[in-house]
Design a binder for this molecule. Structure first.
Ligand code: EPU
Length: 419
């Protein structure tokens, strides 16, 4: 199994460019099922999750052509209405295909989706199922597969009792082709949702309110194809800012949209990181004498759960104690056990809270990446640590960060991929 070897303790410097957003691209690919016409996707990141997502489209009968910075997809002919369990097992976002497939063909079958193990058991999909049911779908669970049938989807009024990003996007997409006006309440507010709605509207959908808690969708009979440029990945951008801060390195991050990362920038200011931000870049100037600052993860625009693990590593280098409260997922702090093996002083209060006391020097260690964001956090810890760190199971990191070793090497990191 491929692994990373990192020789830590080397200063970094230079410029790094943020790639296209995984969590935007993972929604536009299934959205291609809503139209019989061709969609062109630009600035598509070259990561494992996108490859899996395109494999699902191909498996359903869609035609994909690779272009210089993305691909075109045409799903005029859909030859299958089941998401294969091999693919669904690897990717939580496989659930995103269900609504559009149901809306286009009237049926969709799928196993429970897999993906990062960051929530108890298998991450739930109850909100999706309730939403599809509210739109008139009949749901059966047979032979470990959900079978959905809806001859004609009807509009619904649905309140999300838990704020869900993919839940919001999924019901929003499904409602585009449903008969009547749907009202979704207590929706997630992420910028990727706004981008998806804007694209669908330019192709004939009638969605208003994306980016607010209430989204209204007036159903239409069909939408056209078009062109979608994937926005820069705000989590990758935030990860790079934390890499720079944790290693106290002057690094400029291009394609950094400060308006998408206000929570991170507010926190970095509090911990004493000096930076300059322009319209499209962030320059980390220095991160001397960091001060501990505790936080709670929160739905957008609060501090993203996806940056909690990198931030926890940063706090090992800050003076004082910080309480990190992970409110969204109950397994996302388990990786801190590996940081303690490297010398960090971290006490777990319960699955949702740890106290990090610092600063502590870290020493290289042999680690296994349990999920995407914990994996990149181990890379950051390895860059800080004295000596050699070995990280196994890096497929998890490749799922969301394109060619990360090469890009970090360009900043001076001593990181090697062993195939
Ligand atoms: N939830 C339910 N029932 C559902 C769906 C979700 O109880 O039917 C709960 C979850 O268990 C969780 C909470 O709702 O406790 C919020 O989860 P959400 O549904 O918002 O997460 P998601 O949509 O599955 C997306 C991102 C995640 C990111 C979260 C939160 C994609 C493909 N994934 O997941 O990204 O952590 O929103 O911002 O958009 C990552 O990129 O590493 C990643 C995990």
């Amino acid at each position: 199994m491929p692994k990373f070897i990192i020789e830590g303790g080397h200063p970094l410097s230079g410029t790094i460019n943020v790639g296209g957003a995984k969590n935007a691209a993972l929604k536009i690919i299934p959205a291609s099922l809503l139209s019989e016409q061709t969609i062109t996707i630009k600035n598509l990141p070259k990561i494992e999750d996108i490859d899996r997502s395109l494999e699902i489209i191909a498996d359903l009968g869609g035609q994909i052509t690779t272009t210089a910075d993305g691909c075109t997809i045409n799903t005029k002919e859909i030859t299958k209405n089941i998401i294969s369990s091999d693919l669904a097992n690897k990717l939580r976002a496989s659930i995103m295909f269900v609504g559009p497939l149901l809306a286009r063909t009237g049926t969709a079958s799928f196993p429970h989706p897999g993906g990062c193990v960051i929530g108890a058991g298998t991450r739930p999909i109850d909100l999706f199922l309730e939403g599809f049911k509210a739109m008139g779908a009949k749901i059966e669970w047979r032979d470990h597969v959900y079978h959905l049938i809806a001859k004609k989807l009807k509009a619904c009024e649905y309140f999300f009792t838990t704020v869900s990003v993919t839940g919001t996007e999924s019901l929003m997409m499904t409602a585009v082709l449903a008969e009547g006006t749907s009202i979704l309440k207590n929706c997630a507010l992420e910028p990727e949702i706004v981008a998806l709605a804007e694209y669908l509207n330019t192709q004939g959908a009638r969605i208003s309110g994306a980016g607010t808690p209430t989204i209204i969708i007036k159903g239409v009979k069909a939408i056209a194809g078009g062109e979608f440029t994937v926005m820069p990945d705000r989590i990758e951008a935030g990860t790079f800012a934390i890499v720079a801060a944790a290693t106290n390195s002057p690094i400029t991050i291009n394609n950094f949209r400060a308006e998408h990362l206000e929570s991170l920038l507010a926190v970095l200011t509090k911990v004493g990181v000096k930076f300059e931000s322009t319209d499209n870049s962030l320059k980390i100037i220095s991160a001397d004498n960091l001060k501990a600052y505790g936080l709670k993860t929160h739905e957008y625009p609060g501090f993203p759960t996806d940056l909690q693990s990198p931030y926890t590593v940063l706090m090992t280098q800050a003076q004082g104690a910080s309480l990190i409260h992970e409110t969204i997922y109950d397994r996302r702090l388990l990786f801190t056990d590996m940081l303690t093996q490297m010398g960090a002083n971290i006490i777990m209060c319960d699955p949702h809270r740890v106290v990090v006391s610092g600063p502590t020097p870290l020493t290289g260690h042999k680690l296994t990446s349990p999920d995407l964001r914990a994996g990149i956090s181990m890379v950051i810890a390895g860059l800080i640590a004295e000596g050699r760190t070995e990280i196994d199971n890096i497929y998890q990191i490749d799922r969301g960060y394109e060619n990360i070793d090469e890009r970090l090497r360009q900043l001076g990191a001593k990181i090697t991929r062993i195939e």
